[in-house]
Design a protein around this ligand. Structure first.
Ligand code: F6R
Length: 241
């Protein structure tokens, strides 16, 4: 695992460099997109590069997770967030971005179909990740199976409190369930690029980099990945030895 400690603006550039290298080498690359606040600076940087000629026209993308039950037009539905923050600002083709269907009548079937779709696409080349204060990646909360695949999960109280800021500060408005790629799904991506900034992430980053591999800190599975890049600012790195 490669750990880079740098100022926030530099972290976005480093992540965007990895995406740009990939897309220039393979225009049909399959990207893995995260939501939450951490990747927004990366999307902004990629949009800037798109304006200077970087094209995503032949690329495809898979999202990490989705809330269950948020209305199709809800602004915090992850599909809408990705559309607003990234897809609509670059030249990704219509339908190029796939996400788990949190409105499916049969959620289990939707999860299985999503796994099959990622496999059919040849797998994810580069997965962008954030990390929760409790060490989750995607919505694999503490206790998640290290061998998990896309499935329905219940969000922890901590994650719902952390995400209340996207729902006008109201924890009650944060959905209780989500569909999420599993840890084994994420580990199948060929390159993992995780971003973390701020002191609130310091304990999770400490566990991720220096803790024992444990389902109680799900991100620790990344220690086993052959190509994982962890990009952190000083505050997020403040508990590293
Ligand atoms: C979102 C996701 C989550 C977030 C994590 C950190 O798609 O998968 O794991 O990456 O909750 O969120 P932020 O970046 O908002 O601190």
């Amino acid at each position: 695992m490669e750990v880079v400690i740098a100022p926030p603006g530099e972290l976005a550039r480093l992540a965007a460099d990895a995406v740009e290298r990939l897309v220039r080498a393979n225009p049909e690359a399959v990207l893995g997109l995260a939501t939450g606040s951490s990747p927004l600076v990366v999307y902004d940087e990629l949009v800037r590069r798109h304006k200077e000629g970087l094209s995503f026209a032949r690329a495809r993308a898979y999202m990490l997770d989705e809330y269950v039950g948020l209305a199709a037009d809800h602004p915090e539905r992850y599909r809408n967030v990705i559309e607003k923050e990234f897809a609509s600002r670059v030249d990704l083709a219509p339908g190029a971005v796939q996400g788990p269907d949190g409105l499916a009548a049969d959620l289990q079937a939707a999860c299985a179909a999503y796994e099959a779709s990622i496999t059919d696409a040849g797998g994810v080349d580069l997965q962008i990740l954030g990390i929760g204060t409790d060490g989750h990646i995607a919505f694999n909360e503490p206790g998640s199976s290290l061998a998990s695949r896309t499935r329905i999960k219940t969000l922890t109280k901590q994650t719902r409190e952390d995400n209340a800021r996207f729902f006008g500060g109201s924890v009650d408005d944060v959905p209780r369930h989500c569909l999420t790629q599993g840890l084994a799904t994420i580990m199948s991506a060929r390159h993992l690029v995780l971003l973390a900034s701020g002191r609130a992430k310091a304990e999770a980053v400490h566990q991720l980099v220096e803790g024992p591999i444990s389902a109680m800190w799900p991100a620790t599975i990344m220690q086993l990945h052959p190509h994982a890049t962890v990009l952190v600012d000083d505050a997020a790195a403040s508990r590293l030895q």
